[in-house]
Design a protein around this ligand. Structure first.
Ligand code: LLP
Length: 404
């Protein structure tokens, strides 16, 4: 598998930093294409919907769409992102959350597949569009994730219609002539073992027995990536085979065949990107703790601060130095602004350039301009060429929204 470390080892990043300065996000197009093709191979015949919540940069989404992916949208603007890039509405699925009447009106007008996640949404949809077709998001009680914030099944999560309430959903739909043609679930994010996913898929297949009109089963996303060097890679081929085996044996027993769908986000983009950041401060605290101060922070990558997530950090200018235990900090005026704590890294000096790895998913997508430390630019490296795919934001860009 191609990894961004190889590109960084060539030293080609130096020209990019000279041209665009830090903080700078670099994105390797080849990694995105490779991951997309790996999924297409593993899930041949399935519908793949990319979840742009992981990364909505249209240049990146376009790369993925060109690999034959549809869009898994969670808002009207994500639907619009898909249609703007030329994705046909039949290849866009809208998985709603607390959908407003305006959200619903937009999705209905665009003609995308609707996946409803509460009895209230089912009721409102059925009144707005009787005698139509719809999908339901099922909470089947089986979840998987590396963090409780991204575990999305079971009685404590806000997502989906719980299995115990599906009969009510069926009754509401029947009363309005609405056919339930699809069932969807998303059990959680960033899991690395196929077993819970296949077990949850099996549970959905069993649930589908009570839905005679269902022709589409969408098993969601959540495919994890090895953030730590010691993590294993998710075996997507084994996962694909597990799902195919499940559906084959189900077909033998019930005679029913389904179109199947998946909604990967992170898997396609996470490993493609790194934030390059300059060390501007090195401070030894009163107890000997070493704080490395950089020109990025949780405004650009909130995952460490919010989920205690681990991102590998490379010192691109001092990889061979003696190691030491450090805290890598951002430049925000806030105590939670750490990119890594207690990390063993080559000793960093002021002026060094670090790479915060695997920042392509839920990185700039969750970024902001906090402290008026503005969202950094992005450069897409594609073979021997590169191009700016997100401009550096300026003070005037930020002020423009306030009409000053
Ligand atoms: N489908 C649905 C319905 C989802 O809710 C999600 C993610 C996905 C697909 C895509 O999941 P993925 O393949 O990217 O794991 N900000 C968190 C992750 C939140 C995931 C939200 N839903 C993080 O940085 O880990």
């Amino acid at each position: 598998m191609r990894v961004l470390d190889d590109y960084l080892a060539t030293g080609a990043w130096r020209d990019l930093v000279r041209e665009y300065e830090t903080p700078l996000v670099i994105v390797d197009a080849a990694i995105i294409r490779e991951r997309a093709r790996a999924l297409r191979r593993a899930f041949a015949g399935a519908k793949l919907f990319y979840a742009p919540k992981a990364n909505y940069n249209p240049h990146i989404v376009r790369l993925i769409v060109e690999e034959g992916f549809g869009i898994d949208a969670v808002s009207p603007m994500e639907i619009r992102l898909g249609t703007t890039l030329g994705v046909e509405p039949k290849h866009i699925v809208y998985v709603e959350n607390a959908m407003s009447p305006a959200d619903m009106g937009y999705a209905i007008a665009e003609g995308v597949r609707m996946v409803l996640g509460s009895l209230g949404a089912v009721q409102r949809y059925c009144v707005a569009k009787p005698n139509s077709e719809v999908s339901l998001r099922v909470n089947g009680d089986i979840g998987a994730s590396s963090h409780h914030y991204t575990f999305t099944a079971g009685p404590k999560t806000k997502f989906g219609i719980h299995v115990t309430q599906l009969a009510d959903a069926r009754a509401i739909c029947a009363a309005h002539g609405v056919k339930i043609t699809g069932l969807q679930q998303h059990i959680g994010s960033n899991w690395l073992d196929p077993e819970p996913f296949v077990a949850a898929a099996e549970a959905l297949v069993v649930i589908a027995k009570a839905f005679p009109d269902v022709t589409m089963l969408d098993f969601g996303g959540g495919f994890g990536i090895p953030y730590r060097l010691e993590d294993h890679r998710l075996d997507v081929d084994a996962l694909g085979e597990g799902i195919r085996h499940l559906l084959r044996s189900h077909k033998t027993h019930s005679g029913r065949d389904y179109e199947i769908g998946f909604e990967p986000g992170r898997y396609l983009v996470a490993e493609s990107s790194a934030i390059l950041t300059t060390v501007h401060d090195r401070k030894i605290g009163s107890t000997g703790r070493v704080f490395i101060g950089t020109d990025t922070g949780f405004n650009h990558l909130i995952r460490p601060a919010l989920y205690n997530s681990y991102h590998r950090i490379l010192n691109l200018t001092g990889a061979d130095r003696e190691t030491e235990r450090v805290d890598v900090c951002g430049n925000l005026c806030e105590e939670s602004d750490y990119l890594a704590r207690d990390r063993i890294l080559p000793s960093a000096k002021e002026g060094d350039v670090l790479a915060i790895m695997d920042s392509g998913a839920y990185g700039l997508a969750q970024a902001g301009d906090y402290n008026l430390r503005l969202i950094p630019p992005e450069v897409l490296v594609d073979g021997d060429s590169h191009r700016l795919i997100r401009k550096r934001r300026t003070f005037n860009d930020v002020m423009a929204q306030f009409d000053v």
